[in-house]
Design a protein around this ligand. Structure first.
Ligand code: IPE
Ligand code: IPE
Ligand code: MG
Length: 246
């Protein structure tokens, strides 16, 4: 048995295709973002039931600020409303909510809602939902490098003690395991500056399904594909078989 026969502990998702989903219906892009939120609600619930312990979703990239002002404004409104409406139910279901990204760029009111959702759910352990907002993988790496440099300058750690483990802990999700499975909907086969550091050995799954149509059955399919793979981490297939048959 290889370890992939198990349910992935941590899944990262690039929820892409909201705009195209709406355009196909001759509706404004924002309509797609609303439908995307509904899809997320269902997927969080289904992932929890399936035994996934951690879900990290890309909600807004550092590059998404460059979209038309109106779309950005609508997205911010949607995030605020989602924080108001969804936090209670997630909390009741034992979900811990965390945000990753450069949150200082958001309006004070939104930052306050984010803080409150994180504090309220901090002790929940059934599942963790990480929302990447104003997140960029390169920002994350630079931020971790800065924190590391600061710790070295302050004498908290010696330069030659800085290793991959230490650096990982300075990056976003530093206290989580790395994503086992990366899913991108919407048909694009690129990482778009998501978890660059954390996905070094993650399994990738791309689907043309647009995010608002991403139903629980598609998640099951992604998980089944993951389970059929062999993660080798640079070793040979033989070595992996020996290791798991021992
Ligand atoms: C993803 O859907 C959601 C965000 C980036 C906020 P898009 O809005 O990128 O949808 P498409 O890719 O244009 O269809
Ligand atoms: C990635 O989608 C970001 C989110 C899903 C939040 P984009 O739609 O921004 O990515 P590109 O522009 O197609 O690379
Ligand atoms: Mg897109």
């Amino acid at each position: 048995m290889t370890n992939t026969a198990e349910i992935p502990t941590h899944i990262a998702i690039v929820m892409d295709g909201n705009g195209r989903w709406a355009q196909k219906r001759k509706r404004p892009r924002t309509f797609g973002h609303q439908a995307g939120l509904k899809a997320l609600r269902k997927i969080v619930e289904h992932a929890g039931k399936s035994g996934v312990r951690e879900l990290t979703v890309f909600a807004f990239s550092s590059e998404n600020w460059s979209r038309p002002k109106k779309e950005v404004g609508r997205l911010m409104d949607l995030f605020m409303r989602a924080l108001d409406r969804e936090t209670k139910e997630l909390h009741e279901n034992g979900v811990r909510i965390r945000f990753i990204g450069d949150l200082a760029a958001f309006a004070p009111e939104m930052q306050q809602k984010i803080d409150s959702a994180m504090t309220q759910t901090a002790e929940n352990r059934k599942m963790t939902l990480n929302v990447a907002a104003n997140y960029g993988g390169r920002w994350d790496i630079v931020n971790a490098a800065r924190k590391t440099a600061e710790a070295v300058a302050n004498g908290q750690i010696m330069l030659d003690e800085v290793d991959e483990n230490y650096f990982s802990r300075q990056a976003a999700l530093g206290d989580s395991s790395n994503p086992d499975l990366f899913i991108r909907t919407g048909g694009e086969m690129r990482i778009s500056n998501f978890l660059l550091w954390q996905c070094a050995y993650t399994e990738f799954y791309f689907t043309p399904v647009l995010w608002p149509d991403f139903a629980p059955a598609v998640l099951d399919e992604a998980i089944a594909t993951y389970q059929s793979r062999e993660r080798r981490y640079g070793l040979t297939g033989e070595q992996i078989k020996d290791r798991y048959s021992a």
